[in-house]
Design a protein around this ligand. Structure first.
Ligand code: ATP
Length: 513
């Protein structure tokens, strides 16, 4: 664990040192849980957004996009339930004065029991080798059974407390199972209180009665209130989806873990409208599609898992998270929810406008049901960075830090490096860039030894470096150096465009997903 924390710290400094992520307002000592993306970060982020957008809007005839405003009529947040129910249960440790989400403390407690059980199983699997029967072991080993019983007991109390909105019981679980504050190490806890996460501000001048408006805590509502606009003007037929990428704001109280939990972040959400009664089938379908999209990045299937929700939100009849193994454990990256007709129905009620779809095949009107896929760009960014970050020991005794980013997502696709700063080599390198820069992001670098320049490109994840040397001038060939294998191949300048495009194209990801 300590080792993983170490990796996480290194990753955060790497993000800063190589222009991926900076703390916001750094010269003023920063602003809590707000971050800026640097010159390489913004490229990676844009590529992630493109991968998502194209997989939704380009590849599906029945999914279209919108871009709605951040400010919306305040009644929208009444209708959506965010004014009354967008609360986190908070608890403070009186000694460290640190604030925590009570539900997160209990989830971490559950994870500890899971870890204990997994350790027992791992140990036994090693001991018994091929003859090991995991199901039997789980059902008979006294230590596993004892831990499983405790876990189930906590879990049942937790789910009941969440569903009943019973804050005292949440606190009692923390007390009964002796959860300590990671900072002070004590069990001196306050009561659990509710806290609304929405930011608000004033719109209009205060003199003539201004209006309290919220910064949206999710992009989804902008889609719901435009449902009829899009359906009618796009002549969309159910089933169809509306996708959107945009900023969202939450006044997160416990904002730690770098860009995992931010106060200003970006979401990629798609609402898929279906016939009532068909929603669970579509839910299963989207679960599969979304998991494949993640796995196509090639980090290994074991990095992902589904986590079904213990407590369904007030609007949902099924919900799951796609979790990714971050350096601090498996964490939610994407939520997939079957939101029923709650949102459209509620907007119909609050706005007094009919929000229904006439289904020509069924010859009747209804409020469509909705499957939502909702993913945070920043969490996706963090998952990709942590899976790509490698420290490698090389054969010559040296070491290197390399970001093994999927080539289609890398900020720079190709670095062009003249071997020396003379003999017309820089000009030749510039010529190559001028021919290729329309197709993908290239970078020129002539400073320091070629080895140092390779390391700089490794550190930002550039999949290919081209070196221009004296032979280039004679036969129009260059060497391509591959980031991961460090192998080199000699190719003609005239073939470069085709070779690189073929390897960095997003099509490669889509073929896998
Ligand atoms: P959590 O339980 O971690 O607070 P959530 O279940 O409230 O997350 P959703 O409301 O389902 O999250 O939001 C959908 C997605 O938006 C999440 O899967 C996550 O990727 C992203 N997201 C939510 N809150 C934040 C945040 N504060 N910072 C960065 N990304 C976020």
């Amino acid at each position: 664990m300590a080792q993983q924390e170490d990796v996480f710290k290194k990753l955060i400094s790497h993000c800063k040192e190589y222009g991926f992520v900076f703390p916001s307002s750094e010269i003023y000592d920063g602003l809590g849980a707000v971050y800026d993306y640097g010159q390489n970060g913004v490229e990676l982020k844009n590529n992630i957004k493109k991968y998502w957008w194209d997989s939704m809007v380009l590849l599906n005839e029945n999914v279209v996009g919108i871009d709605s405003a951040i400010f919306m009529h305040p009644t929208i947040w009444k209708a959506s339930g965010h004014v009354d129910a967008f609360n986190d249960p908070l608890i403070d440790n009186k000694d460290s004065k640190k604030r925590y989400r009570a539900d997160v403390l209990i989830e971490e407690l559950l994870a500890k029991y899971d870890e204990k059980i997994e350790k027992e199983i791992e140990k036994a699997a090693k001991k018994f080798g091929e003859t090991f029967d995991e199901t039997k072991f789980r059902g008979t080993n006294p230590r596993v059974l004892e831990n499983q019983e405790k876990r189930d007991e906590i879990h049942n109390r937790f789910v009941k407390a969440l569903n009943d909105g019973d804050l005292e019981e949440l606190r009692q679980i923390i007390i009964d199972y002796e959860v300590v504050c990671p900072v002070s190490g004590t069990r001196n806890w306050t009561e659990v209180r509710q806290f609304n996460l929405m930011f608000s501000t004033e719109m209009g001048s205060t003199a003539d009665g201004s209006m309290k408006v919220y910064l949206r805590p999710e992009t989804a509502q902008g889609i719901f209130v435009n449902f009829l606009n899009v359906q009618k003007t796009g002549r969309m037929k159910i089933p169809f989806g509306i996708a959107q990428i945009g900023k969202a704001f939450r006044n997160e109280i416990v904002a730690r873990q770098f860009i995992f939990r931010m106060r200003e972040f970006e979401q990629m959400e798609m609402q898929f409208f279906v016939r009532p009664g068909e929603e669970l089938e579509w839910f299963a379908r989207w679960k599969e599609i979304r998991m494949k999209w993640h796995q196509a990045l090639g980090f290994g299937k074991n990095k992902y898992r589904f986590h079904d929700h213990d407590k369904l939100a007030h609007y949902a009849n099924a919900a799951t998270d796609i979790e990714f193994e971050m350096p601090f454990g498996f964490k939610e990256v994407e939520g997939i929810h079957s939101r029923t007709d709650f949102d459209l129905g509620s907007h119909e009620k609050y706005s007094g406008k009919k929000i229904q779809y006439f289904d020509p095949e069924l010859n009747k009107s209804y409020i469509p049901y909705v499957i939502e896929t909702s993913i945070g760009v920043d969490r996706m960014f963090l998952s990709i960075m942590s899976a790509s970050y490698c420290e490698e020991q090389l054969e010559d005794g040296e070491s290197r830090v390399v970001l093994k980013l999927p080539p289609a997502l890398a900020p720079v696709k190709l670095a062009v490096l003249p071997l020396v700063k003379k003999d017309g080599l820089p000009e030749k390198a510039r010529e190559i860039i001028d021919a290729l820069k329309f197709d993908f992001k290239c970078m020129y670098d002539e400073k320091d030894s070629i080895g140092k320049r390779y390391r700089r490109q490794d550190a930002i994840g550039t999949p290919y470096c081209v070196t221009v040397d004296h032979q280039t001038r004679e036969d129009r060939t260059v060497t391509i150096r591959h980031r991961d294998s460090m192998a080199q191949e000699r190719v003609s300048i005239d073939d470069l465009s085709k070779i690189i495009i073929g390897r960095v194209s997003m099509k490669n990801l889509f073929k896998e997903s």
